[in-house]
Ligand binder design. Structure first.
Ligand code: UDP
Ligand code: MG
Length: 323
């Protein structure tokens, strides 16, 4: 396929999505074909262990605009998304979840809005979450509340990774130094280019199960917080300050007790204060460690993903490490 003159790239990260792939193709293709634009669909297989990759390669035969990028190993949603953005060539890039929770039918609307108003970013904003599971609503609710509090009000609540970006925005995002744990849905509002919104109804996952268990959700939250805010460090300082004041008071009472020869029964208070101070210190050390770890990986410049194969590459056999 000729990659010059492509106006729209649709980037879709996929991890073990064999169940949903046929449904996705059936809904996405008519929309894109109907646009009358030169487009590419960049399917990023994030190290799936099921038949996702094989199915994609099969679909390519009938759908020349489908481009398949395979990562060597599972790097996570954000890494796969970054890989897709980095390799896409379109003038506009839409990112989409594979599970049809983001309706492909909204893509023409996003594109039209971006063109009409000369926007760099068009967010897909969830109008309604009633079809999400209760677990999802609960975790997402906490996540966005936390992010807004820590990072600021410009984090659009309920804007996930369904959005359109202009080429300039994609380039600006990719030029940012890589911290290993980039959270695009926070970086995009931070970049703050002219933006608009398109409302959509979040549908249920069309097939398969969520690829975001609690552990990945927690990791995303940790990455989100530490890559955008030093507030937890300040919290550590405050905790330290409080314990210093508390210790000061205890010191004075201890001195008094010593002077008054009242020093026999002190086991409980000693026990508790040692435990408490130990816990506070460990917590603060852990917090510091989180930041230092991120500085460390940034300094090392470790790649967040490894591209194993790109159907648009001639030299597809080489291992290409992209930073
Ligand atoms: N995903 C991925 N790598 C991962 C986990 C998820 O590429 O390690 C993809 C997944 O295939 C889907 C998108 O990220 O296209 C969002 O995942 P999912 O729909 O499972 O998340 P949820 O909607 O439950 O938050
Ligand atoms: Mg989903």
């Amino acid at each position: 396929m000729d990659i010059d003159g492509i106006t729209l790239s649709v980037v879709i990260p996929m991890y073990n999505e064999e169940a949903v792939l046929p449904l996705l193709a059936a809904r996405l293709r008519p929309v894109l074909d109907g646009l009358g634009e030169a487009y590419e669909v960049v399917a990023v297989d994030d190290g799936s262990r099921d038949s996702t990759a094989a199915q994609l390669m099969g679909m390519r035969r009938l759908w020349p605009q489908l481009r398949v990028i395979r990562l060597r190993r599972n790097g996570g949603h954000q890494a796969a998304l970054t890989a897709g953005l980095a390799r896409s060539v379109g003038e506009y890039v839409v990112s989409l979840d594979a599970d049809l929770q983001d309706p492909p039918e909204k893509i023409p609307e996003m594109l039209a809005l971006a063109r009409r108003d000369g926007l760099d970013i068009v967010y897909g904003v969830r109008g309604d979450r009633s079809t999400d599971t209760r677990y999802k609503r609960w975790t997402a609710g906490i996540y966005y509340k936390l992010m807004r509090r820590l990072i600021g009000k410009n984090v659009t609540a309920d804007a996930g990774d369904f959005r359109l970006l202009s080429r300039q925005t994609v380039n600006a995002l990719l030029e940012l130094p890589n911290s290993g744990g980039q959270v695009l849905r926070l970086l995009v509002p931070w970049i703050g280019f002219p933006s608009g919104q398109v409302a959509y109804v979040r549908e249920e996952r069309a097939a398969g199960r969520t690829k975001y268990p609690l552990s990945k959700m927690l990791l995303l939250t940790l990455d989100s917080v530490t890559s955008f805010s030093a507030a937890p460090l300040r919290l550590a300082t405050m905790l330290g300050l409080c314990s210093v004041i508390l210790c000061g008071i205890l010191l004075i009472t201890g001195l008094f007790a010593y002077v008054l020869h009242y020093t026999v029964s002190g086991w409980a208070s000693l026990y508790i204060s040692i435990l408490f101070l130990g816990a506070v210190q460990l917590l603060c050390l852990g917090l510091l460690g989180e930041y230092i770890g991120r500085i460390y990986t940034t300094v090392q410049g470790r790649p967040t993903y490894f591209v194993g194969y790109d159907s648009a590459d001639e030299t597809a056999d080489e291992l290409v490490a992209v930073r």
